[in-house]
Ligand binder design. Structure first.
Ligand SMILES: NC(=O)C1=CN([C@@H]2O[C@H](COP(=O)(O)OP(=O)(O)OC[C@H]3O[C@@H](n4cnc5c(N)ncnc54)[C@H](OP(=O)(O)O)[C@@H]3O)[C@@H](O)[C@H]2O)[C@@H](O)CC1
Ligand SMILES: Nc1ncnc2c1ncn2[C@@H]1O[C@H](COP(=O)(O)OP(=O)(O)O)[C@@H](O)[C@H]1O
Length: 456
């Protein structure tokens, strides 16, 4: 509590350097953090006002006494005192509710949060904005809208996934005097830096030729959804695959002449020599499950996407498979409602990986990657990527990285970040109305930008 409160005071000092600080303490340990922060701010010579609810929490009580001993009067927190205090405040520290909150919110607390929300004074929340449920991505009706959040010990799921995360503003993570590698090991999920991602990108040597840069097959497409494999093929080319061939039961539009395309019954593909990697399912329709079963039987690196994401494939995969469901497909795979996936994407990704093995990319903004040992939440991307064909592009990117020799884990982590970065660059260039081909066309620039983080 002492470390947490001091970190909150440091953040106020840095980000809200002048004016009156109004601190609000609830009755739990979250309130205790606010009381500690008030003591440190007082020591820094700041103008501080402290409003607190009654508490039975022993450490919170102790810190209330300590603050009083420093000469600051702790005033009772009520709608009337809060209203008055807000008029004189330049920043509010929200220590009402933290991880101990269990909904539904009681009306008395709801009224206080409502007053905070109606005020224009910026809020810094401790651990998470009051009203958010730490392990849920759902945004409740009544929640503090914070400018910043100082979170303690590690990311909580609510701070990672929109729309709940939007209530948190800018998030600072504060370690709690435990060694960093311990935090990494114990954390629910990791977030890799761009430099960590870039260090996993494949390196191409001077004597490379198209046969060594990865032969990739795209198995997809049916009448009405023929763009899907074409987009995957373009994504694979732009992610550096040496040779990309599309196999489809119908005639795929040749969106770029570098792609090769064959019309055939894809279930007869087993007769051909195997590629280095394959992506299966994009727009493939009814044949998708049988095609995926065949591809998984080849025991080569594979991406299973879209129509091929079928619950019957549980137990058929192997370690070098990347499964790429969006929340709707994830719900189909697990036999649950989509809301169950979006409420807690980390738990959903874990369940998917436990059930299907390999590596799971649960797509979204942000996407979650699950391996047998670790959960990762990826960075970046752009809301403009919520458009048709973006997932097909990602499948091609992932297959290209597998084809260039990356493990399923490294291909997933680099591929998802490359795709997201390309989306960010495409959004900068086009502003609005992003198309999947725009994102593919930025993959080279995204690659350079990520590599650039290794040199800086
Ligand atoms: N290592 C750590 O863990 C560290 C944790 N730390 C901090 O501790 C925080 C967790 O503290 P916590 O467990 O005391 O809970 P907290 O969020 O303060 O809320 C509990 C209070 O909320 C109330 N309340 C609950 N539901 C409610 C409802 N529906 N509607 C209305 N009220 C409701 C409930 O009231 P009661 O039921 O008692 O009347 C109870 O008093 C964590 O977020 C972080 O800030 C740091 O100090 C660093 C080390
Ligand atoms: N709001 C967003 N922020 C970041 N990335 C997003 C967002 N919306 C979608 N994406 C990304 O775009 C892709 C969409 O995939 P998907 O829904 O499978 O598209 P499709 O099936 O049309 O190809 C995913 O990789 C996802 O992570």
């Amino acid at each position: 509590m002492e470390t947490a409160g001091r970190a909150v005071a440091d953040s106020v000092k840095q980000h809200f350097p002048t004016g009156r600080v109004l601190l609000l303490a609830g009755s739990g340990a979250n309130g205790g953090d606010a009381l500690v922060a008030a003591r440190h701010l007082l020591a820094l010579g700041r103008d501080v006002q402290m409003l607190a609810l009654p508490t039975k929490h022993p450490l919170t009580k102790l810190n209330r006494r300590r603050l009083s001993a420093c000469g600051l009067k702790v005033e009772p927190l009520s709608p009337a005192t809060l209203r008055r205090a807000l008029n004189a405040a330049d920043v509010v520290v929200d220590g009402l509710l933290g991880t101990g909150f269990t909904p539904p919110l009681r009306p008395a607390l709801g009224e206080l949060i409502g007053l905070l929300s109606a005020s224009a004074v910026p809020v810094l929340s401790i651990d998470l904005p009051s009203g958010l449920v730490a392990d849920s991505a759902e945004v409740p009706e009544t929640v503090v809208q914070a400018r910043r959040t100082v979170t303690l010990g590690g990311w909580k799921p609510a701070l990672l996934y929109g729309p709940a995360a939007q209530a948190a503003g800018v998030v600072e993570v504060v370690g709690l005097r435990v060694p960093h590698d311990w935090i990494d090991r114990e954390a629910l999920a990791r977030r890799l830096s761009d430099a960590e991602v870039a260090s996993k990108l494949p390196v191409r040597f001077a004597d490379a030729h198209k046969g060594t840069a990865g032969r990739v097959w795209i198995v997809g497409g049916a009448p009405g959804t023929l763009g899907a494999p074409a987009l995957a093929g373009l994504g694979a080319l732009r992610a550096g695959a040496g040779l990309v061939t599309i196999y489809s039961g119908a005639e795929v539009p040749l969106i770029t002449p570098e792609l090769m395309a064959h019309q055939m019954n894809v279930l007869n593909l087993g007769d051909k020599a195997r590629p280095d990697a394959v992506a299966v399912g994009m727009g493939l329709g009814q044949q998708a499950e049988a095609a995926a079963r065949m591809v998984l039987g080849w025991n080569i690196p594979a991406v299973v996407d879209a129509d091929a994401l079928q619950a019957n494939l549980a137990g058929v995969g192997h370690a070098q498979v990347i499964w790429t469901p969006h929340p709707g497909e994830a719900a189909r795979l697990l036999g649950v409602q989509t809301g169950e996936i979006t409420r807690d994407p980390l738990a959903a990704a874990r369940r998917l990986q436990d059930t299907f093995g390999g590596v799971v990319v649960l797509k979204g903004g942000p996407s979650t990657v699950a391996t047998s040992k670790q959960l990762y939440v990826t960075r970046g991307g752009h809301p403009g990527m919520a458009a048709a064909g973006m997932g097909d592009t990602l499948s091609g990117v992932l297959a290209a990285l597998l084809g260039q020799g990356l493990s399923a884990e490294d291909a997933a982590l680099t591929g998802v970040r490359l795709h997201a970065k390309a989306g960010e660059l495409a959004a900068e260039r086009h502003g609005y109305g992003l198309m999947a081909t725009d994102v593919s066309n930025e993959l080279g620039a995204a690659w350079l930008a990520l590599r650039g983080t290794l040199e800086s």
